[in-house]
Design a binder for this molecule. Structure first.
Ligand code: ATP
Length: 256
């Protein structure tokens, strides 16, 4: 069988980031593969969230942030001042730790983004809503209550709704910042299965505190410590044969 070469979707070179005087990311160099799941692990405060929020420049919404270095995304350096940040945040969607649906109906949560992008036709919106909810493995559970408030859904359903909301604007990459840490084990499993499905069409970068989760669902894993990447490799290698003692100490639970 011919091997398909894995394409790099994000090529991060010498990325440094400061909050005021405090440096949170130090000389990060990583190549993130397309249509794979890349897990970011490491102890609290090591820069995981800061790193993934750099990939769609959401980190710049925090005051006093200074970024240096390059993030190449599909041939363009997104750190360039001329880069279209609005388009970037459409292409690179994000799902957060706590599900954050809008206080609107299930339908309107999904239709919100497409409407902002100018889609008015009811038939077209109906189609997007169904496709997005199916894509997030939620359609069967909500198809008869699309016009009910999203707050009536369980936590796990709300998180899948947030994933569906992200799919509705046709992203290229989905960033997930500890998407299951507020969920029960069954809802967590559903999201993990969903991530495996989604990587067929999207690139996923996921921050997780849960090492079993990283080992289960990711193709590559980066171990961050104090704002630096200590080790980045195939997930199997990181968990079975890490090359840095600090990685081994972390994955075996000696700290963190
Ligand atoms: N808005 C902010 N202003 C100032 N410092 C910040 C801000 N956000 C994060 N930091 C600091 O940057 C460093 C990295 O934080 P970050 O949230 O990226 O870490 P993390 O690995 O995601 O942590 P956790 O696992 O606890 O979510 C920490 O020292 C943190 O205190």
């Amino acid at each position: 069988m011919p091997q398909t070469a894995t394409q790099t979707i994000f090529d991060i070179r010498h990325l440094n980031l400061w909050y005021g005087e405090d440096q949170a990311l130090k000389d990060i160099n990583l190549a993130i593969p397309e249509n794979k799941v890349t897990a970011i692990i490491g102890p609290s405060g090591c820069g995981k969230s800061t790193f993934i929020k750099s990939l769609n420049r959401m980190v710049e919404l925090t005051p006093h942030v200074k970024v240096k270095g390059e993030i190449w995304y599909r041939g363009q350096n997104i750190i360039d001042t001329g880069y279209d940040v609005v388009q970037l945040r459409t292409d690179v969607g994000m799902v957060f730790q706590k599900p954050n649906p809008f206080p609107k109906s299930i339908y309107d949560n999904i239709a919100y983004g497409p409407r902002i992008h100018g889609i008015k036709s009811k038939a077209q919106l109906d189609e997007i809503v169904e496709k997005s909810l199916r894509g997030a493995a939620l359609w069967d559970e909500v198809k008869d209550r699309l016009h009910e408030n999203a707050y009536g859904l369980s936590g796990g359903q709300q998180q899948r709704l947030c994933i569906a909301r992200c799919l509705a604007i046709e992203p290229d990459v989905i960033l997930m910042d500890e998407p299951t840490s507020a969920l029960d084990p069954i809802s967590t499993l559903k999201i993990e299965e969903l991530v495996q499905e989604l990587k067929k069409d999207y690139t996923i970068v996921i921050v997780t505190h849960n090492m079993q989760q990283a080992a289960r669902i990711s193709d590559r894993t980066a171990f961050f410590l104090n704002g630096e990447v200590v080790e980045y490799n195939e997930t199997n290698t990181i968990f079975s044969n890490p090359s840095d003692q600090r990685t081994e100490d972390y994955i075996t639970g000696r700290f963190g």
